[in-house]
Design a protein around this ligand. Structure first.
Ligand SMILES: *Cc1c(COP(=O)(O)O)cnc(C)c1O
Length: 356
């Protein structure tokens, strides 16, 4: 049966990438060795990591004063690495709280400096992107570009005096970005780039070297810059597969092209949700809806398990909502074909006709 993978993360990767990765696991570049058993200092892997870095720079049009780093510990480790590296104890950082991940980022950052929660959408169960004014003074403004669990997304980033630090874990490389606004971007690979195990950090040169505290070597961004992310053994296989996905994305026409496809997929699904009498989208304001994680409910909760069972029978997996929200969530990252989204919307329409 053809499977349609709507998991939120780890998540769908392009079929071509999985095939190529499987080949590399058996016989990497016709070397007679597996990518899993070669030195991270070998020529073969050096090319992989250099390629991955170059592709990220190319796809996002990064100016030369931005570094691309490959770290471990997930996006969650960036919740503390960011303030540890960027914020002095007496300095102020502003955070916008748009969900579970922002809340966790705020909790961690509090240990490293003065924190101000600039705005929050907690009052309405994080179902919108709150309004705020960019502060005039402060070290940075932290945003979560896409709220994987609740299904909201920032579609316009503010321009102003503070550099934006952004958790882009679940919409990294899904659209072009205005890089000038950002001082630092981080993203765990397992949503839109590769397997779990590597986290990409993009940091502007002038953000570094401004804090007084002692930072452990492997938690210091400057170590990653100086050693090209190879102070210690990097996660070789996740970086390899991420490189394959980056190549795939480039061949597809880059972030500009994939954004169009992402918009078309999201439109298909939200249009069904807005018109189907049996389903409702969680995010009322169209301008705040995520193009990556589409959250919705069934109006008659008695039918929820029926719909899940029918979905499964049709090869649709991973649409159960996050345990803290309930209902459904369809994650439609870069690698999700439009035809799979159509299978889901067709089933929703058919289900409503029969049971509505
Ligand atoms: C998944 C996710 C995280 C956590 O990522 P880990 O790599 O598991 O630490 C953080 N932020 C966002 C926006 C996410 O989607």
């Amino acid at each position: 049966m053809k499977m349609h993978n709507f998991y939120a993360g780890p998540a769908i990767l392009p079929k071509e990438v999985i095939k190529e990765a499987a080949k590399g696991a058996l016989n990497f570049n016709n070397s007679g060795l597996s990518i899993l058993e070669i030195s991270h200092r070998s020529k073969g892997f050096s090319e992989v990591i250099e390629n991955a870095e170059a592709l990220i720079k190319e796809l996002l049009h990064l100016p030369s004063n931005y570094h691309v780093l490959f770290t471990t510990g997930g996006a969650s480790s960036q919740f503390f690495m960011v303030p540890m590296n960027l914020l002095n104890q007496e300095e102020t950082a502003y955070y916008v709280n748009t969900g579970t991940w922002s809340t966790k980022a705020i909790a961690e950052a509090q240990h490293f400096g003065h924190l101000v929660e600039l705005a929050s959408s907690k009052d309405k169960g994080f179902n919108y992107i709150p309004k705020y004014k960019m502060p005039k003074k402060g070290k940075y403004l932290h945003l979560t570009s896409n709220n994987t669990i609740f299904g909201t997304q920032i579609h316009h980033f503010p321009k102003g005096d503070l550099p934006i630090v952004c958790d882009m874990s679940s919409d990294f490389l899904s659209r072009p970005i205005d890089i000038e606004k950002f001082g630092l971007i981080y993203a765990g690979a397992q949503k839109n780039l590769g397997p779990a195990g590597v986290t990409v950090v993009i940091v502007r040169e002038d953000m570094l070297g401004t804090v007084q505290r002692q930072i452990p070597t492997l938690l210091n961004y400057e170590t990653f810059v100086k050693k090209n992310s190879m102070f210690n053994t990097p996660p070789v296989f996740p970086i390899y597969v991420s490189m394959l996905t980056l190549n795939w994305l480039k061949a597809k026409g880059g972030v500009e092209k994939i954004e169009r496809l992402n918009k078309s997929k999201a439109k298909l699904l939200y249009t069904e949700l807005d018109n189907n009498p049996l389903f409702t989208p969680n995010i009322p304001n169209k301008r705040d809806r995520s193009l990556m994680n589409v959250t919705f409910q069934i109006t008659n909760p008695d039918l929820e398990s029926d719909f899940l069972a029918e979905a499964e029978a049709n090869g649709i997996v991973g649409i159960k909502g996050h345990r803290s929200v309930g209902g459904f969530r369809a994650s439609i990252y870069n690698a999700m074909p439009r035809s799979s989204v159509k299978v889901l919307t067709d089933l929703m329409a058919d289900f409503a006709n029969r049971k509505g």
